[in-house]
Design a protein around this ligand. Sequence first.
Ligand code: ZN
Length: 478
Amino acid sequence: MKRTLAFLLLGLLSLPVQAQKMNKSKQAIAASVDKHQQALIAISDSIWALAETAFQETGSSKILADYAEKNGFKVERGVAGIPTAFVATYGSGRPVISVLGEFDALPGISQKAQPTKEPLNEGAAGHGCGHNLFGTASLASAIAVKELIEDGKIKGTVKFFGTPAEEKFFGKIWMVREGLWDDVDVNLSWHPAAKTEADVQSTLALVDFKVEFFGQAAHASADPWNGRSASDALELYTTGINYYREHIKPTVRIHYHIQDGGQVVNVVPDYSRIWVRVRDTKRSGMMPVYERVQKMAEGAAIMADVDYKISLISGIYEVLVNRSGGEIMQKNLELLGPISYTEAEEAFAKKIQEATGKPQVGMDSEIRPLEATREHPGGGSTDVGDVSWNVANINLGVTVAPKDTPWHSWAVVACGGMSIGHKGMLYAAKALGMTMADLFENPDLVEKVKAEYRERKGNTVYEPIIPEGPPPINMSDK
Ligand SMILES: [Zn+2]
């Protein structure tokens, strides 16, 4: 007996300092993630190798949904009219805490898990945003929480949302339209990053639309006077946009991708198409720019004497920040401490930095104090924004790539397929799970997070930027 006690004490003393400060639930969360580790790495690596793009993530979605089902979750597949979207639920009653998992890849950036640029499959997609880690870690956190509910340690419901097409089209908007978060108290999300932080910064609102011009074809030399050029209209349109840049606020971004500018040089093109995106740090700032850029299409069409058509694709809100939630997450990051890396991993990181022209400083997973929330954040956009205007939302960023790694690039793909990415994934799973455990165990924290959500949302009525009808699962020109 005494000997057992001595061993127990010794065992406790040998635990890392952080683990000693964790309560039983948090220790159980961490232990669950460790227990599932091998399976989680295999899942992440399979999704990484599949590298399926927006709305085509059939295999990746199935791998995650199957693992949820195997772990006792009730899984509803093909929700919101999206074949690869699903909801996995475990437990009953309140609180209802959910977590988001993305799993789509980016076209054209296939890469081996090595620190020099070389595609795994030439021309194929790659996980340049680490969504193979994203979906897997979030599911792992939900499973860890489920095990606590199963053991009778906490009461309530945990949900994992399999959310497709974040990189293009923004699948979550249709899931929100379906009311999938209506009964959720607090939602959590994370994103792979080059640093680790409880994320209390917003993102940019955006709108995507297509402009098509319809002219009259003719021989470019023999009878050009019979032609009305759709590509003239397109050039005039982009010229208008580029002049307009002088007169927009610094927070605004306008991008375009010319999808069709005509086919051959000896034909006056009768058709052209461009994908346009307008962003601003607030939806309210984005809308007038969106209106103006639409008007320019009409102007360009008049000048080239062609017809035009504008089709809305979709748009997303900026993220509604929740600092109360961020503070809970921050404490858990401080409990977990920074991720530690082996010499080989640091060497891999430095080679990535060398190859991408960045200072060779290696990994950064230091836990810094919670940042002040900036009024105008830089950076990108995410359809987590739309979720965050419909339910209180807590965000996390976790290191899965070296400091300053160019995002959406081969370098992120490389790290996401090896131990640097895996470590970030397992860490994220623990941080998310521990934060969920806090919410399950402390109803007052749930209330505090919800109260801040209500206050920040104020009287704003959420109006999704979304065309009528089903999601563009098979849009022909993507
Ligand atoms: Zn992403």
